[in-house]
Design a protein around this ligand. Structure first.
Ligand code: GLC
Length: 561
């Protein structure tokens, strides 16, 4: 067990599985994307029973917790991030009994379960929204969303100039029950995802009740979708031309629909609910903010426990940039006493093995396959760096296999709504959502007994769990060793800071208590004084044990010192 050097902890953990107090401060949390993890019933779509059967893989991998992307009743307009019923499982994923069995089995294996909560918007098929449309103007249920009359002589123009994150206007016009064109409603994402009005007490009440429902089911925490979006600036003001440009530049700062100070009151209320339950239940914010300092606001001691570090995810494979973002992240978290978090891949971005296969500046979504071998080398090195940092790390299913993005999916199989709303120029998220391979052979390489909802590349059998198990050079064995070492080694994951030591250009050398990590981000081998006893290396080391070590290009080494 690791030492915890940071702020006082809340909650109790005596009855919790796994680690003791503050388990989340250095936890390694594995994201399962249920559609694409394991198909238990052979219909081509992953499901909860499939996840349950594969839990031993996750326990053996050595992670502490599993975060599941949404499995709730949903028309799947945005792969389940459009929830029609927050207390029901979509039949394609199973039943509440399956969820119960999954949570129980996970706890038996000392794995915690974190579920996705989608509070910014519901599905257009949610009962409230359907009734709001059906009952027409004046329906009290319309107050729970953002309905507005349009501008222009006949209300034919959207109420303001906000653009949807998925492209096109953030407003859709409704048709009144008598067939006449009616009011517009706000959707920051797809039209099938109407935004809730969080100023309405019924919305806040409902989500407090949903939290309790899942806490009573035994989940250990929540990943809060679009946590920065719930509260909109009063009056829904236009953002103007300058605002549109800022939004295009992916700098969400100053937007009237993101990161409004009012969201924090919601999280203070949620924190008090989480703290009522035994076992240190947590919440992690998906909050895209312009700076790590703004992100830190979500994890003040009476708010959420963690927030994803998207600044880290967006950093290129560059020593100076990495060091800067690591220092800035740790510094931002220190005043609020929250652990830093680290993440390289998730279901919304191109897998890091593919991002790092192209020159810097490629962005977080690309369809460029780049240089595969280079990408994998860097991805392995980047993972070892991430797992050496103090705080909690998030892994995305399949990264432990070194999977690349599937960059050449044909249009007919794509499902990402943002791809279609951006006319195929953006929204390449299906590429990281292809079902993962478990076995060398089989119609979907062990994902299920039939085909898979997105086709897997022919060479994925060779990347399967089966093919990599026992191969000491495989990415899977590297992850297993890294996580086992992290559990064994008290310096890893703990504490609020890292200490940097001088290193050649393009090389990072960081020291933690009893431990050191060296990263060569350059494309040539670099000779360094051997800092200690070799624990683990992401690339083949020519020789070890001598006073000088030659670090291969794009590699990371862990040392006991
Ligand atoms: C979050 C999810 C993403 C989804 C969006 C809308 O960013 O991670 O997958 O499309 O919210 O719910």
């Amino acid at each position: 067990m690791t030492q915890h050097l940071t702020a006082p902890l809340t909650g109790t953990s005596d009855d919790a599985p796994g680690h003791g107090r503050g388990w989340w401060r250095d936890a390694v949390i594995y994201q399962v994307y249920p559609r694409s993890f394991a198909d238990g019933n052979g219909d081509g779509m992953g499901d909860l029973d499939g996840v349950r059967r594969r839990l031993p893989h996750l326990a053996g991998l050595g992670v502490d917790a599993v975060w599941l992307s949404p499995f709730y009743a949903s028309p799947q307009a945005d792969a389940g991030y459009d929830v029609a019923d927050y207390r029901a499982i979509d039949p394609m994923f199973g039943t509440l009994l399956d969820a119960d069995a999954l949570i129980r089995d996970a706890h038996e294996l000392n794995l915690r379960i974190i579920v996705d909560l989608v509070p910014n918007h519901s599905s257009a098929e949610h009962e409230w929204f359907r009734r709001a449309l059906r009952e027409g103007p004046g329906s009290a249920l319309r107050e729970r969303y953002h309905f507005r009359p349009g501008k222009g002589a006949d209300g034919e123009l959207p109420p303001n100039d906000w653009e949807s994150i998925f492209g096109g206007p953030a407003w859709t016009r409704t048709t009144d029950p008598d067939g006449a064109p009616g009011d517009w409603y706000l959707h920051l994402f797809a039209p099938e995802q109407p935004d809730f009005n969080w100023d309405h007490p019924a919305v806040a009440d409902e989500f407090r009740s949903i939290l309790r429902f899942w806490l009573d089911m035994g989940v250990d925490g929540f990943r809060v979708d679009v946590a920065h979006g719930l509260v909109k600036a009063a009056g829904l003001p236009d953002i103007g031309d300058a605002g549109q440009l800022r939004l295009l530049g992916a700098n969400d700062g100053g937007m009237p629909f993101f990161d409004q100070d009012g969201v924090h009151e919601i999280y203070r209320q949620w924190r008090s609910i989480l703290d009522e339950y035994p076992g240190e239940r947590i919440a992690v914010a998906e909050a895209w903010t312009p700076t790590v300092e703004r992100t830190a606001n979500y994890v003040r001691s009476d708010e959420l426990h963690q927030a994803f570090n998207f600044q880290y995810l967006g950093t290129s494979w560059d020593a100076a940039e990495l060091r800067e973002v690591i220092d800035a992240s740790l510094a931002a978290m220190r005043p609020v006493g929250a652990p830093a978090t680290w993440v390289l891949s998730n279901h919304d971005v191109t897998r890091h093995a593919t991002r790092f296969a192209s020159p810097p500046g490629i962005g977080t979504q690309t369809r460029e396959p780049g240089d595969r071998a280079l990408g994998l080398r860097r991805a392995r090195a980047a993972t070892l760096l991430m797992l050496a940092l103090p705080g909690s790390a998030y892994l995305y299913q399949g990264e432990e296999l070194g999977l690349p993005d599937v960059t050449d999916l044909p249009d007919e199989v794509r499902q990402d709504p943002s791809y279609f709303r951006a006319d195929g120029q953006d929204g390449f998220r299906d590429g990281c959502r292809v079902p993962i391979p478990w076995t060398r052979e089989g119609s979907s390489y062990g994902f299920g007994t039939g085909s898979s909802w997105l086709p897997q590349p022919d060479e994925w059998g060779a990347l399967s769990v089966e093919a990599q198990t026992g191969d000491p050079g495989s990415t899977l064995e590297l992850y297993r060793s890294a996580l086992a070492t992290r559990r064994r080694h008290p310096g890893l994951g703990a504490g609020p800071a890292v200490e940097w030591r001088d290193a050649p250009e393009g090389v990072l050398h960081l020291v933690r208590p009893g431990f050191a990590c060296t990263v060569n981000t350059t494309d040539t081998a670099v000779r360094i004084d051997t800092p200690g006893r070799l624990l683990l290396a992401s690339g083949a080391l020519p020789e070890s044990g001598g006073p000088v070590t030659e670090l291969p290009a794009d590699s990371t080494v862990w040392w006991a010192v």
